[in-house]
Design a binder for this molecule. Structure first.
Ligand code: GDP
Ligand code: ADP
Ligand code: 5GP
Length: 206
């Protein structure tokens, strides 16, 4: 499947800074929008239906799976998460760029469907720093932290399947790196030819 818009897929172990970085990236770049996933988990704290996620019952999620309404879906930490076709197809077919903030299993499914998707893995600078960020964020239960650290070991091992790696030590540096990946994708020959066709035509390249 070839769409004119770029698809950026960002994955990371919980606590590496994925949400903070993507949020800051979107504020810098008006041409990017994020895909809102469906999930079977209950909303936390201030989360709103349609903003962080589309919250649906597990049965409804299963029905959507049966109707092939997801591009990808996965079970993460015991809950179901998925990217619906409706969430991204309209946008990338119109040439808009979309960011998916999803787990590594979903990222690898997307790469199979869209080989041009750009897969970016966010790494924490160390295990110790990852743990500190989980604690600072408010995950205080020892068992929850231990479970997330255990999962993180498996998740981090998947980074080798990704196109780019951003190490989130200093936030502003990581944000610059993430922005650079987006910019590099937009400067690719095929993308430039599509988006800057007037220049290409003037130079007899089309
Ligand atoms: P949540 O969605 O409410 O959990 O918020 P996040 O965890 O995604 O981020 C909270 C805020 O902190 C965001 O506005 C981030 O931009 C900001 N932030 C997080 N870490 C750093 C950092 O190291 N440096 C800077 N400058 N901002 C940060
Ligand atoms: P994720 O979405 O990957 O689970 P978050 O974006 O929620 O991670 O970040 C986890 C915690 O780490 C948050 O409290 C966030 O403010 C903090 N954080 C993110 N990046 C950095 C950084 N470079 N230095 C210090 N703290 C950070
Ligand atoms: P949380 O419940 O903490 O918001 O997210 C838990 C995990 O599910 C994170 O790793 C997040 O990236 C992942 N996730 C969120 N939405 C999707 C999605 O649509 N598809 C997949 N595969 N994973 C998702």
């Amino acid at each position: 499947m070839e769409y004119p818009g770029n698809l950026f897929v960002v994955a990371a172990p919980s606590g590496a800074g994925k949400s903070s970085l993507v949020k800051a990236l979107l504020e810098l770049d008006a041409k990017l929008s994020v895909s809102v996933s469906h999930t079977s988990r209950a909303p936390r704290g201030q989360e709103q239906h349609g903003r962080e996620y589309l919250f649906i019952a597990p049965d409804e999620f299963r029905s959507m799976v049966d109707r092939s309404e997801f591009f990808e879906w996965a079970e993460v930490h015991g809950n179901l998460y998925g990217t619906s076709r409706a969430a991204i197809e309209a946008r990338i077919s119109h040439g808009d760029d979309v960011v998916l903030e999803i787990d590594y299993q979903g990222a690898l499914q997307i790469k199979q469907l869209f080989p041009h998707a750009v897969l970016i893995f966010i790494l924490p600078p160390s295990w110790d720093e990852l743990k500190q960020r989980l604690i600072r964020r408010g995950d205080t239960e020892e068992a929850v932290i231990a479970q997330r650290m255990e999962n993180a070991r498996h998740e981090v091992a998947q980074a080798r399947h990704f196109d780019f790696v951003v190490i989130n030590a200093v936030f502003e540096t990581a944000l610059f790196d993430l922005k650079s990946v987006v910019q590099a994708q937009r400067l690719k020959y095929a993308t430039q030819r599509r988006n800057r066709s007037t220049v290409f035509r003037a130079l007899d390249l089309i």
